[in-house]
Write a protein that binds this ligand. Structure first.
Ligand code: SDX
Length: 428
């Protein structure tokens, strides 16, 4: 009967080794037994950007990139987008099960009553230039939260972890809204606990002189679904940052700030902003063929296309594309959608993209929706971070509870100078 193992012959020595195969992987540490001399370090695996390396075992999110499948704790993203709410999905990601009605009410209460931030944080934000990028403000202020909650260092205390997780999820929208209001030169708006998680965020963003803000229900629902769609995505760049930084047992605010910094990059969460800038630059559907030729000549990237894992249509992009029209019905059509649709149509027929299995990802249509909602481009990645905060925290807590995990510390292949003597400056 076939054995779940690899038999490897080291042609340098003629020796053979049998390595067990579990979950479709070999343990990299099993390679260390393969040596030429007994005092050799042994073999390592080399995998820049971890293209083919599993860094952990996880039960949170499943992606099948070839079939375009995404599930949170086994539930298809399409069903959660249709039937769930962001806070219910956040509970699911963190606890592993959908909440009962009373569990959801308690979770919602805990989040709602942690939305305020210390007034000094608002003064801290006043120190930023008027045109500071909101992601720079968010990354900094999330890190600053750690200084207000020293008990957050007790990462081995489940009650402390839970409280900090409530605070991160609850305060991200508040910090994001503060950053947006600072940018606009508008006074910060305090949370309104009578509104939903997403309704309160809209109130903190857009309330002006009216005594109470009433969110547009269509916008509130679409934004809540967008938070669901962005809530987790297994071991993406920012989740890896959360796990890696969190593995030093730093507090969750500092680890979340590292995840925010990773998400800020244009190849990751910054792509939704880059997509709208790209569509504005294209300007008209007649300019698309020339733009496509530039991309194929490596003079630019089709932002919002391509993915390390999805080699099919990102299932989130399909949902977001549909949501766009719900927003347009409520606030009017964003003309960029016509350029995006034509760009997608042309790209999906072009061999360059087809051969490389480049399809629209989560960022291709989301920015168009955010812009239609009246949000400036540099706020888009902040919206991504609000949704992803739930996933980052779920990944962080799973890492802390995994007995196989230790402080993350990869190895390297050293190709630098051999030992050499110091040379006095007078002789250089
Ligand atoms: C997110 O990991 C996650 O799960 C991320 C995310 C999440 O929810 O956390 O899904 C969110 O970050 C979505 C991705 C957003 N980024 C973009 O839209 C930026 C544009 N896309 C890319 O830069 C790229 O596709 C990545 C970064 C998303 C993936 O990069 P990979 O896996 O390292 O692929 P690659 O850069 O090696 O590209 C493979 C080939 C290359 O061509 P060749 O060298 O083989 O000739 O495809 C080409 C690339 O040049 N290519 C593109 C392209 N993406 C890849 N060419 C043009 N336009 C693109 N968008």
């Amino acid at each position: 009967m076939a054995k779940d193992s690899l038999t490897i012959t080291d042609n340098r020595t003629g020796k053979t080794y049998e390595l067990p195969v579990t979950h479709g992987t070999i343990r990299a540490l099993d390679l260390r037994q393969i040596k030429v001399e007994d005092d050799d370090f042994g073999l390592m695996a080399y995998d820049p950007a971890f293209v083919n390396t599993a860094s952990c075992k996880s039960r949170i999110t499943f992606i099948d990139g070839e079939r375009g499948i995404l599930r949170y704790r086994g539930y298809p993203i399409e069903e959660l987008a249709e039937r769930s709410s962001f806070l219910e999905t956040a509970y699911l990601l963190i606890h592993g099960e959908l909440p009962t009605r009373s569990e959801l009410e308690m979770f919602t209460h805990n989040i709602t009553y942690h939305t305020m931030v210390h007034e000094n944080i608002r003064k801290f934000i006043d120190g930023f230039r008027y045109d500071a990028h909101p992601m720079g403000i968010l990354t900094s202020t999330v890190a600053a939260l750690a200084t207000y909650y020293p008990d957050a260092k007790n990462v081995s205390d489940p009650d402390s972890r839970r409280t900090q997780m409530y605070r991160v999820i609850a305060k991200m929208p508040t910090l994001a809204a503060y950053a947006y209001r600072h940018r606009r030169g508008l006074p910060a708006i305090q949370p309104d606990n009578d509104l939903s998680f997403t309704g309160n965020f809209l109130s903190m963003l857009f309330r002006m002189a009216e005594p109470r803000y009433t969110p547009n229900p269509a916008i509130e629902r679409v934004l809540d679904v967008l938070f669901i769609l962005h809530a987790d995505h297994e071991q993406n760049c920012s989740a890896n940052a959360m796990r890696s930084v969190g593995s030093s047992q730093v507090d969750p605010y500092s680890a979340t700030a590292a995840a925010c910094a990773a998400l800020y990059g244009p190849l990751h969460g910054g792509a939704n902003e880059a997509v709208v800038r790209m569509l504005n630059k294209i300007g008209h559907v007649r300019n698309i063929p020339e733009f496509i030729e530039d991309v194929k000549a490596d003079r630019g990237r089709l932002m919002g296309f391509g993915h390390r894992v999805y080699k099919n249509y990102d299932p989130r992009a399909k949902v977001i594309k549909r949501l766009a029209y719900e927003v347009f019905d409520a606030v009017g059509k964003n003309p960029l959608i016509d350029i995006a649709l034509e760009l997608e149509r042309i790209a999906l027929q072009d061999d360059y993209f087809v051969e490389r299995k480049l399809y629209p990802n989560v960022d291709f249509y989301s920015g168009i929706i955010y812009q239609a909602m009246g949000l400036p481009m540099d706020v888009f990645p902040v919206l991504f971070a609000i949704g992803r905060s739930a996933g980052w925290l779920a990944q962080w807590e799973e890492m802390l509870g995994d007995s196989e995990q230790r402080i993350a510390r990869p190895r390297q292949i050293y190709l630098g100078a051999e030992r050499r003597e110091y040379v006095a400056i007078s002789e250089r």
